[in-house]
Ligand binder design. Structure first.
Ligand code: 5AD
Ligand code: FES
Length: 351
């Protein structure tokens, strides 16, 4: 009985590779509902009914990498490229602060224009303007020295999805210029430097099997990141995977629940990709164990250019300026929007 496995995960926070694989291969509606109810209960036990919000500033869609799945990959000639100036970025944050955001996530492609000095300058400015806010970077693979500089400049957190914990699958998703080992090493370095670190992966990416997802879960269990970002793979025009099928809502929801049960105190966003494959995807994510949402704070003029995948929701009511819509959505699933940094509680307790 697979429910016994869910119960054991709930109690002991780990399972074997074979057990996770079996859960993922044999998931059904009832099992999914069972996992979701325990996962939502677990999130509430540690974080109450709070949902933490992060203001996402997508400050450049120029990228030197060429991931096969990503719409802003270097060789996608149809992407309209942009960069935000320091003034624009700081203005996004000012605007976000007034709306109640206390975490800003600077996310971008691996764009060499933003040198370490420029990134450090930005982080210092943000922390100077908003000393009560957390600054999260999401700018890809850098050297230890660079990560250390950003940390010294005041960066609190770093998001770098591992994408897949199976090296052969990593090679299926990325060009030979990128390596799984370097990606995993970056994550270990970020943890060592004291960042609240976010790892994660896409659900239903091309070539992914249940045992790859099971390995992703074991990888998370070992790394113990403070945050985990997952969302369905969604095909993107202008990429080698443009014709591949998207990942599903249900599989993503089930994985959110498994992650919550395995890592009770993790910060777990209901991502934009989840909101893109289903109009109530993020709300369903909150009901399955998620406790974070990351609305867009970028200027409206560039929002539709940050197209990691097709049909990305980016205008109108899911965006940050409609804090009323966001509050309603959160309250529609019996939760409340938190105006706070929303740090990982285990991180706070061990510091
Ligand atoms: N579908 C879903 N997620 C994607 N990402 C990149 N491209 C896609 C896509 N086509 C995710 C990757 C990356 C994060 C910023 O967005 O996991 O780490
Ligand atoms: Fe930019 Fe993958 S395409 S990091």
């Amino acid at each position: 009985n697979l429910k016994h496995l869910i119960d054991r995960l709930h109690q002991s926070h780990n399972l074997s590779l074979d057990e996770f694989t079996e859960l993922l291969a044999r998931r059904d509606e009832e099992l999914q509902a069972y996992a979701a109810s325990l996962a939502a209960e677990t999130a509430e036990k540690h974080y109450g009914k709070k949902v933490f919000i992060r203001g996402l500033i997508e400050f450049t869609n120029i990228c030197k990498n060429d991931c096969y799945y990503c719409g802003i990959r270097a060789s996608n000639r149809s992407a309209q490229r942009y960069r935000l100036s320091e003034e624009q970025i700081l203005a996004c944050a000012q605007n976000g602060y007034a709306l109640g955001f206390r975490t800003f996530v600077l996310q971008g492609g691996e764009d060499p224009y933003y040198t370490d000095d420029k990134i450090c300058q930005l982080v210092r400015q943000l922390k100077h303007n908003h000393p009560d806010c957390a600054v999260t970077l999401s700018i890809g693979e850098k050297t230890r020295e660079s990560y250390a500089m950003y940390r010294k400049a005041g960066a609190d957190r770093y998001l770098l999805r591992h994408e897949t914990a199976t090296p052969a699958h990593y090679r299926h998703l990325h060009p030979p210029s990128m390596s799984a080992e370097n990606r995993y090493e970056c994550l270990r370095t970020l943890k060592e430097l004291g960042y609240q670190t976010g790892a994660g992966f896409m659900v239903g990416s091309p070539g992914q099997r249940p045992e790859d997802l099971a390995r992703d879960l074991l990888f998370l269990g070992k790394l113990q990141p403070e945050m985990v970002g997952i969302g369905p793979f969604i095909p993107a025009a202008g990429t080698p995977f443009a014709q591949e099928p998207a990942g599903t809502l249900d599989e993503t929801l089930f994985l959110l629940s498994l992650i919550r049960l395995m890592m009770p105190e993790v910060l777990l966003p209901a991502t934009t990709a989840l909101g893109t494959i289903d109009p109530r995807g993020r709300e369903k994510g909150l009901l399955a164990g998620a406790n974070v949402v990351m609305p867009n704070l970028s200027p409206k003029s560039v929002r539709e250019k940050y197209q990691l995948y097709d049909n990305k929701i980016c205008t109108g009511e899911e965006a940050a300026e409609c804090i009323v819509c966001l509050t309603k959505r959160i309250e529609s699933v019996g939760r409340e929007l938190a105006v706070s940094r929303g740090d990982n509680i285990r991180y706070l307790n061990t510091k």
